[in-house]
Write a protein that binds this ligand. Structure first.
Ligand code: NDP
Length: 338
Protein backbone atom coordinates (compact mmCIF):
# COMPACT_ATOMS: atom_id res chain seq x y z
CA UNK A 1 0.00 0.00 0.00
CA UNK A 2 1.31 3.45 -0.81
CA UNK A 3 0.80 6.45 1.46
CA UNK A 4 0.04 10.04 0.54
CA UNK A 5 3.70 10.93 1.02
CA UNK A 6 4.94 8.24 -1.37
CA UNK A 7 5.92 9.98 -4.63
CA UNK A 8 5.77 8.46 -8.10
CA UNK A 9 9.41 9.24 -8.87
CA UNK A 10 12.71 9.74 -7.07
CA UNK A 11 16.01 11.40 -7.87
CA UNK A 12 19.25 9.45 -7.76
CA UNK A 13 22.89 9.66 -8.67
CA UNK A 14 23.30 6.71 -11.04
CA UNK A 15 26.48 5.10 -12.28
CA UNK A 16 25.71 3.96 -15.81
CA UNK A 17 27.52 2.10 -18.56
CA UNK A 18 29.44 4.40 -20.88
CA UNK A 19 31.34 2.57 -23.57
CA UNK A 20 32.80 5.76 -25.01
CA UNK A 21 34.65 6.99 -21.94
CA UNK A 22 37.81 5.01 -21.34
CA UNK A 23 39.08 7.08 -18.43
CA UNK A 24 36.25 5.91 -16.15
CA UNK A 25 36.61 2.31 -17.28
CA UNK A 26 33.34 2.30 -19.17
CA UNK A 27 31.05 3.97 -16.67
CA UNK A 28 29.99 7.46 -15.68
CA UNK A 29 27.81 9.02 -12.99
CA UNK A 30 24.82 11.29 -13.62
CA UNK A 31 21.72 12.53 -11.79
CA UNK A 32 18.49 10.90 -12.98
CA UNK A 33 14.80 11.01 -12.11
CA UNK A 34 13.33 7.51 -12.06
CA UNK A 35 9.99 5.84 -11.31
CA UNK A 36 9.79 4.44 -7.78
CA UNK A 37 9.31 0.99 -9.33
CA UNK A 38 13.04 1.08 -10.26
CA UNK A 39 14.01 0.66 -6.59
CA UNK A 40 15.24 -2.80 -5.58
CA UNK A 41 13.17 -5.25 -3.54
CA UNK A 42 12.84 -4.87 0.22
CA UNK A 43 10.08 -4.56 2.81
CA UNK A 44 10.92 -0.99 3.77
CA UNK A 45 10.59 2.13 1.65
CA UNK A 46 12.68 4.95 3.09
CA UNK A 47 12.57 8.68 2.37
CA UNK A 48 16.31 9.36 2.46
CA UNK A 49 17.42 12.73 3.80
CA UNK A 50 21.19 12.25 4.07
CA UNK A 51 23.95 9.96 2.88
CA UNK A 52 27.71 10.30 3.25
CA UNK A 53 30.95 10.02 1.29
CA UNK A 54 33.26 7.11 2.03
CA UNK A 55 36.36 5.77 0.30
CA UNK A 56 34.24 2.96 -1.22
CA UNK A 57 31.82 5.56 -2.62
CA UNK A 58 34.78 7.25 -4.27
CA UNK A 59 35.63 3.93 -5.94
CA UNK A 60 32.01 3.37 -7.00
CA UNK A 61 31.41 6.83 -8.47
CA UNK A 62 34.70 6.87 -10.41
CA UNK A 63 34.02 3.42 -11.89
CA UNK A 64 36.76 1.59 -9.99
CA UNK A 65 35.03 -1.75 -10.16
CA UNK A 66 33.21 -2.21 -6.84
CA UNK A 67 29.67 -2.00 -8.30
CA UNK A 68 28.42 -5.52 -9.04
CA UNK A 69 26.17 -4.34 -11.88
CA UNK A 70 25.23 -1.21 -13.80
CA UNK A 71 23.22 0.94 -13.64
CA UNK A 72 23.51 1.33 -9.89
CA UNK A 73 22.94 4.01 -7.26
CA UNK A 74 26.09 4.23 -5.09
CA UNK A 75 26.12 5.38 -1.45
CA UNK A 76 26.99 2.79 1.22
CA UNK A 77 25.22 4.82 3.94
CA UNK A 78 21.81 6.39 4.31
CA UNK A 79 19.58 7.90 6.95
CA UNK A 80 15.97 8.94 6.63
CA UNK A 81 12.45 8.06 7.69
CA UNK A 82 10.32 5.03 6.97
CA UNK A 83 7.48 5.65 4.49
CA UNK A 84 6.19 2.06 4.34
CA UNK A 85 7.21 -1.22 5.96
CA UNK A 86 5.49 -4.34 4.63
CA UNK A 87 6.77 -6.33 7.64
CA UNK A 88 5.02 -4.01 10.10
CA UNK A 89 8.21 -3.59 12.18
CA UNK A 90 8.62 0.13 11.61
CA UNK A 91 5.79 2.65 11.77
CA UNK A 92 5.76 5.29 9.03
CA UNK A 93 7.86 8.23 10.17
CA UNK A 94 10.37 6.14 12.17
CA UNK A 95 13.87 7.57 11.71
CA UNK A 96 16.31 4.85 10.62
CA UNK A 97 19.95 4.36 9.68
CA UNK A 98 21.31 1.91 7.13
CA UNK A 99 25.01 1.25 6.58
CA UNK A 100 26.66 -1.65 4.79
CA UNK A 101 24.91 -4.92 3.91
CA UNK A 102 26.02 -4.32 0.32
CA UNK A 103 23.98 -1.19 -0.40
CA UNK A 104 25.79 1.02 -2.87
CA UNK A 105 27.73 -2.06 -4.03
CA UNK A 106 25.38 -4.96 -4.76
CA UNK A 107 22.09 -3.05 -4.62
CA UNK A 108 21.04 0.57 -4.92
CA UNK A 109 22.29 2.74 -2.08
CA UNK A 110 21.99 6.11 -0.42
CA UNK A 111 22.71 8.65 -3.19
CA UNK A 112 18.98 9.03 -3.83
CA UNK A 113 15.92 10.64 -2.34
CA UNK A 114 14.36 7.18 -1.76
CA UNK A 115 15.61 3.68 -1.03
CA UNK A 116 14.22 0.21 -0.43
CA UNK A 117 15.84 -2.19 2.03
CA UNK A 118 15.30 -5.25 4.15
CA UNK A 119 13.81 -4.65 7.59
CA UNK A 120 16.60 -6.53 9.38
CA UNK A 121 19.29 -4.28 7.87
CA UNK A 122 17.99 -1.16 9.62
CA UNK A 123 18.94 0.41 12.93
CA UNK A 124 16.63 2.84 14.69
CA UNK A 125 18.09 6.33 14.98
CA UNK A 126 19.31 6.63 18.62
CA UNK A 127 17.20 8.99 20.76
CA UNK A 128 18.38 12.57 20.70
CA UNK A 129 20.22 12.25 17.37
CA UNK A 130 19.23 13.13 13.80
CA UNK A 131 19.95 11.96 10.26
CA UNK A 132 22.70 14.54 9.66
CA UNK A 133 24.48 13.30 12.80
CA UNK A 134 24.09 9.67 11.72
CA UNK A 135 25.66 10.40 8.35
CA UNK A 136 28.42 12.48 9.89
CA UNK A 137 29.22 9.25 11.73
CA UNK A 138 28.36 6.99 8.75
CA UNK A 139 30.19 3.80 7.88
CA UNK A 140 33.48 5.49 8.70
CA UNK A 141 32.48 6.38 12.27
CA UNK A 142 30.64 3.10 12.75
CA UNK A 143 33.79 1.24 11.63
CA UNK A 144 35.90 3.33 14.00
CA UNK A 145 33.51 2.42 16.83
CA UNK A 146 33.74 -1.29 15.95
CA UNK A 147 37.53 -0.98 15.95
CA UNK A 148 37.61 0.66 19.39
CA UNK A 149 35.18 -1.95 20.77
CA UNK A 150 37.35 -4.73 19.31
CA UNK A 151 40.47 -3.32 21.01
CA UNK A 152 38.62 -3.06 24.31
CA UNK A 153 37.27 -6.61 23.96
CA UNK A 154 40.86 -7.75 23.38
CA UNK A 155 41.79 -6.24 26.73
CA UNK A 156 43.46 -3.00 25.60
CA UNK A 157 43.07 -0.38 28.36
CA UNK A 158 44.19 3.27 28.57
CA UNK A 159 46.78 2.44 31.26
CA UNK A 160 48.54 0.01 28.90
CA UNK A 161 50.00 2.81 26.77
CA UNK A 162 49.50 4.73 23.53
CA UNK A 163 47.05 3.71 20.83
CA UNK A 164 48.11 4.41 17.25
CA UNK A 165 45.65 5.52 14.56
CA UNK A 166 46.85 5.34 10.94
CA UNK A 167 45.28 7.31 8.09
CA UNK A 168 44.46 9.69 10.92
CA UNK A 169 43.03 12.61 8.98
CA UNK A 170 40.61 10.38 7.02
CA UNK A 171 37.02 9.53 7.97
CA UNK A 172 37.69 6.34 9.95
CA UNK A 173 40.90 7.72 11.44
CA UNK A 174 39.40 11.05 12.57
CA UNK A 175 36.46 9.41 14.33
CA UNK A 176 38.69 6.72 15.86
CA UNK A 177 40.80 9.48 17.43
CA UNK A 178 37.71 11.19 18.86
CA UNK A 179 36.30 7.91 20.20
CA UNK A 180 39.60 6.72 21.70
CA UNK A 181 40.15 10.07 23.33
CA UNK A 182 36.57 10.00 24.74
CA UNK A 183 37.37 6.54 26.19
CA UNK A 184 40.48 7.91 27.94
CA UNK A 185 43.18 6.57 25.62
CA UNK A 186 46.34 8.48 24.72
CA UNK A 187 46.37 8.63 20.93
CA UNK A 188 49.22 8.90 18.44
CA UNK A 189 48.10 9.91 14.94
CA UNK A 190 50.00 8.72 11.87
CA UNK A 191 49.33 11.07 8.98
CA UNK A 192 50.70 12.20 5.65
CA UNK A 193 49.13 15.61 6.26
CA UNK A 194 51.18 17.24 8.98
CA UNK A 195 49.40 20.51 8.12
CA UNK A 196 46.38 18.91 9.84
CA UNK A 197 48.18 18.83 13.21
CA UNK A 198 45.86 21.35 14.89
CA UNK A 199 42.78 19.47 13.63
CA UNK A 200 44.10 16.11 14.85
CA UNK A 201 45.03 17.53 18.25
CA UNK A 202 41.61 19.13 18.57
CA UNK A 203 40.08 15.69 17.96
CA UNK A 204 42.14 14.28 20.81
CA UNK A 205 45.51 13.16 19.41
CA UNK A 206 48.39 13.72 21.86
CA UNK A 207 51.15 13.24 19.31
CA UNK A 208 51.70 12.89 15.58
CA UNK A 209 54.09 10.76 13.54
CA UNK A 210 54.70 11.19 9.81
CA UNK A 211 53.15 8.69 7.40
CA UNK A 212 56.61 7.42 6.32
CA UNK A 213 57.65 6.35 9.83
CA UNK A 214 55.74 3.06 10.05
CA UNK A 215 56.66 1.64 6.60
CA UNK A 216 60.31 2.17 7.58
CA UNK A 217 59.98 -0.40 10.41
CA UNK A 218 61.12 -3.52 8.56
CA UNK A 219 62.38 -5.87 11.30
CA UNK A 220 60.04 -8.69 12.43
CA UNK A 221 60.08 -7.31 15.97
CA UNK A 222 60.59 -3.59 16.36
CA UNK A 223 60.73 -1.56 19.59
CA UNK A 224 57.42 -2.02 21.45
CA UNK A 225 55.36 1.16 21.18
CA UNK A 226 51.60 0.66 20.82
CA UNK A 227 49.18 -0.92 23.26
CA UNK A 228 46.61 -0.85 20.46
CA UNK A 229 46.33 0.15 16.83
CA UNK A 230 43.44 1.24 14.62
CA UNK A 231 44.77 0.75 11.10
CA UNK A 232 43.01 2.13 8.03
CA UNK A 233 46.01 2.01 5.69
CA UNK A 234 47.16 -1.65 5.41
CA UNK A 235 50.30 -2.63 3.49
CA UNK A 236 53.69 -1.55 4.83
CA UNK A 237 52.06 0.81 7.34
CA UNK A 238 50.18 -2.07 8.95
CA UNK A 239 53.28 -4.26 8.86
CA UNK A 240 55.29 -1.59 10.69
CA UNK A 241 52.55 -0.97 13.24
CA UNK A 242 52.22 -4.73 13.88
CA UNK A 243 55.96 -5.18 14.39
CA UNK A 244 55.97 -2.32 16.91
CA UNK A 245 52.88 -3.33 18.91
CA UNK A 246 53.51 -4.04 22.57
CA UNK A 247 53.26 -7.45 24.22
CA UNK A 248 49.59 -8.52 24.45
CA UNK A 249 48.54 -5.51 22.43
CA UNK A 250 46.06 -5.67 19.55
CA UNK A 251 45.52 -4.18 16.12
CA UNK A 252 42.05 -3.53 14.69
CA UNK A 253 42.57 -3.82 10.93
CA UNK A 254 40.04 -1.78 8.95
CA UNK A 255 41.31 -0.58 5.63
CA UNK A 256 43.50 -0.55 2.56
CA UNK A 257 44.03 3.16 1.85
CA UNK A 258 47.76 2.45 1.39
CA UNK A 259 47.61 -1.12 0.06
CA UNK A 260 46.00 -4.50 0.55
CA UNK A 261 49.18 -6.52 1.09
CA UNK A 262 50.57 -7.66 4.43
CA UNK A 263 54.14 -8.81 4.18
CA UNK A 264 55.29 -9.73 7.67
CA UNK A 265 56.11 -12.61 10.05
CA UNK A 266 54.23 -14.47 12.77
CA UNK A 267 56.72 -13.35 15.45
CA UNK A 268 54.59 -10.59 17.02
CA UNK A 269 51.77 -13.16 17.32
CA UNK A 270 53.82 -15.95 18.88
CA UNK A 271 56.48 -14.04 20.82
CA UNK A 272 54.41 -11.06 22.04
CA UNK A 273 50.88 -12.46 22.03
CA UNK A 274 49.79 -9.63 19.73
CA UNK A 275 46.28 -9.98 18.28
CA UNK A 276 45.28 -9.05 14.74
CA UNK A 277 41.56 -8.24 14.78
CA UNK A 278 39.53 -7.99 11.59
CA UNK A 279 36.86 -5.31 11.27
CA UNK A 280 34.03 -5.72 8.77
CA UNK A 281 31.32 -3.10 9.09
CA UNK A 282 29.29 -4.45 6.14
CA UNK A 283 28.16 -7.75 7.69
CA UNK A 284 28.46 -6.74 11.35
CA UNK A 285 25.71 -8.64 13.23
CA UNK A 286 22.66 -6.64 14.33
CA UNK A 287 23.16 -6.71 18.15
CA UNK A 288 26.74 -5.42 17.74
CA UNK A 289 25.45 -2.75 15.32
CA UNK A 290 22.90 -1.50 17.82
CA UNK A 291 25.46 -1.47 20.64
CA UNK A 292 27.89 0.48 18.46
CA UNK A 293 25.29 3.08 17.43
CA UNK A 294 24.15 3.51 21.05
CA UNK A 295 27.72 4.16 22.13
CA UNK A 296 28.34 6.51 19.20
CA UNK A 297 25.32 8.54 20.32
CA UNK A 298 26.80 8.70 23.83
CA UNK A 299 30.47 9.35 22.99
CA UNK A 300 30.26 11.32 19.76
CA UNK A 301 27.58 13.99 20.15
CA UNK A 302 26.93 16.30 17.19
CA UNK A 303 28.96 19.04 18.90
CA UNK A 304 32.10 16.85 18.66
CA UNK A 305 31.54 16.20 14.97
CA UNK A 306 31.17 19.81 13.81
CA UNK A 307 34.90 20.28 13.22
CA UNK A 308 35.13 16.94 11.38
CA UNK A 309 32.16 17.38 9.06
CA UNK A 310 31.35 19.21 5.83
CA UNK A 311 27.91 18.97 4.19
CA UNK A 312 27.61 18.87 0.40
CA UNK A 313 24.86 18.29 -2.18
CA UNK A 314 24.18 15.22 -4.30
CA UNK A 315 25.37 17.01 -7.44
CA UNK A 316 28.79 17.59 -5.84
CA UNK A 317 29.54 13.89 -5.33
CA UNK A 318 31.07 13.47 -8.81
CA UNK A 319 33.63 16.16 -7.98
CA UNK A 320 34.32 14.82 -4.46
CA UNK A 321 34.77 11.17 -5.44
CA UNK A 322 38.28 11.46 -6.95
CA UNK A 323 39.30 13.73 -4.06
CA UNK A 324 38.57 11.11 -1.40
CA UNK A 325 40.52 8.52 -3.40
CA UNK A 326 43.45 10.94 -3.54
CA UNK A 327 43.38 11.32 0.28
CA UNK A 328 42.39 14.99 -0.06
CA UNK A 329 39.13 14.90 1.88
CA UNK A 330 39.47 15.73 5.56
CA UNK A 331 37.24 13.98 8.08
CA UNK A 332 33.63 13.30 7.12
CA UNK A 333 31.44 14.51 4.28
CA UNK A 334 27.66 14.38 4.72
CA UNK A 335 25.62 14.38 1.51
CA UNK A 336 22.26 16.16 1.72
CA UNK A 337 20.36 14.27 -0.99
CA UNK A 338 17.41 16.68 -1.28
P1 NDP B 1 39.59 8.35 3.80
O1 NDP B 1 40.03 8.53 2.39
O2 NDP B 1 38.74 9.37 4.44
O3 NDP B 1 40.88 8.17 4.72
C1 NDP B 1 41.97 7.37 4.37
C2 NDP B 1 43.24 8.02 4.92
O4 NDP B 1 44.33 7.14 4.70
C3 NDP B 1 43.60 9.31 4.22
O5 NDP B 1 42.94 10.41 4.75
C4 NDP B 1 45.08 9.36 4.50
O6 NDP B 1 45.26 9.80 5.84
C5 NDP B 1 45.50 7.90 4.47
N1 NDP B 1 46.05 7.50 3.17
C6 NDP B 1 45.50 7.68 1.95
N2 NDP B 1 46.31 7.17 1.00
C7 NDP B 1 47.38 6.67 1.64
C8 NDP B 1 48.57 6.02 1.20
N3 NDP B 1 48.81 5.78 -0.09
N4 NDP B 1 49.46 5.63 2.14
C9 NDP B 1 49.24 5.86 3.45
N5 NDP B 1 48.14 6.48 3.93
C10 NDP B 1 47.22 6.88 3.02
O7 NDP B 1 38.88 6.91 3.87
P2 NDP B 1 38.03 6.26 5.05
O8 NDP B 1 38.55 6.76 6.35
O9 NDP B 1 36.60 6.37 4.73
O10 NDP B 1 38.44 4.72 4.89
C11 NDP B 1 39.76 4.32 5.23
C12 NDP B 1 39.97 2.88 4.82
O11 NDP B 1 39.12 2.03 5.57
C13 NDP B 1 39.65 2.59 3.34
O12 NDP B 1 40.56 1.65 2.84
C14 NDP B 1 38.26 1.99 3.41
O13 NDP B 1 38.00 1.17 2.31
C15 NDP B 1 38.35 1.21 4.70
N6 NDP B 1 37.07 0.98 5.34
C16 NDP B 1 36.82 -0.28 5.79
C17 NDP B 1 35.67 -0.57 6.42
C18 NDP B 1 35.46 -1.92 6.98
O14 NDP B 1 34.31 -2.29 7.27
N7 NDP B 1 36.51 -2.68 7.20
C19 NDP B 1 34.60 0.43 6.54
C20 NDP B 1 35.00 1.76 6.14
C21 NDP B 1 36.20 2.00 5.52
P3 NDP B 1 46.35 10.93 6.21
O15 NDP B 1 46.11 12.04 5.24
O16 NDP B 1 46.09 11.26 7.62
O17 NDP B 1 47.68 10.28 6.00
Amino acid sequence: MTTASTPATYRALRVIQDGQTGERQGSRAELQTLPLSELPEGEVLIAVSHSSLNYKDGLAVTGKGILRQLPMTPGIDLAGTVLEDASGTYAPGTPVILTGWGIGERQDGGYATHARARTDWLVRQPAGTDAAWAMSVGTAGFTAMLAVMALEDAGVRPEHGDVLVTGAAGGVGSTAIALLSAAGFTVTASTGRTEEEAYLRELGASSLIPRAELPALKRPLEKERWAGVVDTVGGETLAGAYASTRTHGALAVCGIAGGNGLNTTVFPLILRGVSLLGIDSVTCPQPRREAAWARLARDLPASRLVAVTQTRGLSEVMELAPQILAGQVRGRTVIDVN
